[in-house]
Design a protein around this ligand. Structure first.
Ligand SMILES: *[C@@H]1O[C@H](CO)[C@@H](O)[C@H](O)[C@H]1NC(C)=O
Ligand SMILES: *[C@@H]1O[C@H](CO)[C@@H](O)[C@H](O)[C@H]1NC(C)=O
Length: 427
């Protein structure tokens, strides 16, 4: 009986994993699409130190897959890059928007162009075909930390590959410990001007809100943005470490209570809980901290070892996906269901292929994209560059969640879940 159970569990996990395998892209070591003899020159000068390059973020737009490489160590030639979706599995990275603009060396005093991104972890594509980047502006982050440019929001038009806007974040929204890990964007109404960007500051437990219309940014602090001491211990890829990381990833979900604003779903990295707050509280910089505190709802707990570095939301299935670093995999949650451990199942887990999943995205066609990067070895252990270290997996969301509790609820289930739903303090 027990054997049958274990077998069927394995079969079940295997069945869902199938759709994401084999990896669409994978690398032993990252290389770039150099021009002429630039590679040799960069190796000689130290502008390119191959083993110090590790990807942390991905985002798909049409035939491009953006891949970000933060300047964690020395020798990262370009932080913002892309590859071609229809290209080879091990293709080199192309700096974005061009080599001239994207190239930065650790010796640089400053940026050469307003299109230059010094160091970014994760990027976002909005519905107006704009690429939103939050640049931390630093080089050699873990060693001789050097601020090359002030932290900034950098926005590109993907159709023309031109810079639309660079907004330099002012000192009043930042702290010495600030680490800006990701960015999500909310465009309200039909046009593209009424836009807000939300940037989690993982290092100083805050959310930076930027209004494109007002061209202004403000800082929101909240106790819920802090880490949970019960969830600060990790063991990934044979490396144990402690992280006290606060809020690191957020997603925007249409609100059930109003059509005039979306809800922001957020979680700190070192936490297993899920929180929600209405963006109506964040969009107005005059709101007092007490209001934003009272506006947060605790939705539930994903269960032990479910810390997530990143998450994304799929509108067509009403599902949030989470990277699961302590479980070498990906989990999902259907927002029509109560958040409990049972309702946030692992859809894939593989200690080789998904060692340290770092980013997860859903594209416009409801395909799931996952990046794994062996980050704990890169930061605290040692990498073996004879092995594949970095992988990008993709599959349609429908195939990934098939047969799990993340699948769409039946009409009866939906009706029941609506009736049984605990009354929120907003309704
Ligand atoms: C990829 O698609 C582009 C058109 O979008 C085409 O020009 C190119 O040749 C294709 N590359 C491969 C390797 O198929
Ligand atoms: C960036 O833009 C500002 C404002 O337009 C300009 O003053 C500055 O010189 C630009 N910086 C670079 C490096 O091009």
């Amino acid at each position: 009986m027990k054997a049958v159970f274990i077998f069927s569990v394995l079969l079940f996990v295997f069945h869902n994993s199938q759709s994401l395998l084999p990896p669409r892209f994978q690398w032993k070591i990252l290389d770039y699409a150099w021009e002429g003899r630039a590679r040799e020159a960069a190796l000689t000068s130290g502008a390119y130190i191959p083993e110090n390059n590790m990807p942390t973020g991905i985002t798909r737009w049409k035939n491009k897959l953006f891949i970000t490489v933060p300047r964690w160590k020395k020798g990262v030639p370009s932080s913002l890059n892309y590859i071609y979706i229809n290209g080879s599995q091990t293709q080199p990275l192309n700096p974005y928007p061009s080599w001239n603009e994207a190239f930065v060396s650790d010796k640089s005093c400053c940026i050469s162009s307003n299109s230059t991104v010094v160091s970014t972890f994760r990027v976002h594509v909005d519905k107006c075909d704009r690429l939103w980047v939050v640049d931390n502006g630093v080089a050699d982050m873990t060693n001789e930390l050097k601020q090359i440019a002030a932290p900034a929001i950098v926005v590109f038009d993907l159709n023309s590959n031109r810079l639309i806007h660079r907004y330099v974040l002012q000192d009043d929204v930042l702290r010495d410990s600030s680490v800006l890990t990701s960015i999500v964007v909310d465009t309200i109404g039909k046009g593209c001007d009424n836009t807000y960007a939300y940037i989690p500051d993982m290092g100083s437990n805050a959310l930076i809100v930027y209004s494109l219309g007002a061209n202004a940014a403000w800082r929101v602090e909240n106790h819920y943005f802090h880490f949970d001491p019960h969830s600060g211990v990790y063991d990934v890829g044979g490396v144990q470490f402690h992280w006290s990381d606060g809020i690191s990833s957020v997603v925007l979900v249409p609100s059930k209570r109003s059509s005039s604003y979306r809800d922001l779903y957020f979680h700190p990295t070192s936490s297993t809980k899920q929180f929600r707050m209405p963006t109506s509280l964040l969009r107005d910089d005059r709101f007092a901290t007490e209001n934003t505190f009272n506006g947060v709802q605790v939705l539930g707990d994903r269960g032990p070892k479910s810390q997530a570095t990143a998450c994304d939301y799929d509108h067509s299935h009403n599902v949030i996906f989470y990277t699961q670093l302590s479980r070498n995999g990906v989990s999902c949650w259907n927002l029509d269901r109560e958040m409990t451990r049972e309702n946030v199942p692992l859809v894939i887990s593989d200690c080789l292929i998904l060692e340290f999943p770092s980013d997860i995205k859903v594209d416009k066609e409801s395909n799931l994209w996952v990046l794994s990067n062996r980050q704990s070895r890169f930061l605290y252990g040692s990498m073996d560059f004879n092995q594949v270290n970095f992988r990008v997996l993709t599959a349609p969301v429908g195939a990934v969640i098939k047969g799990t509790t993340c699948e769409r609820l039946s009409t009866v289930e939906r009706a029941l879940s609506f009736i049984m739903r605990p009354k929120s303090k907003f309704t």
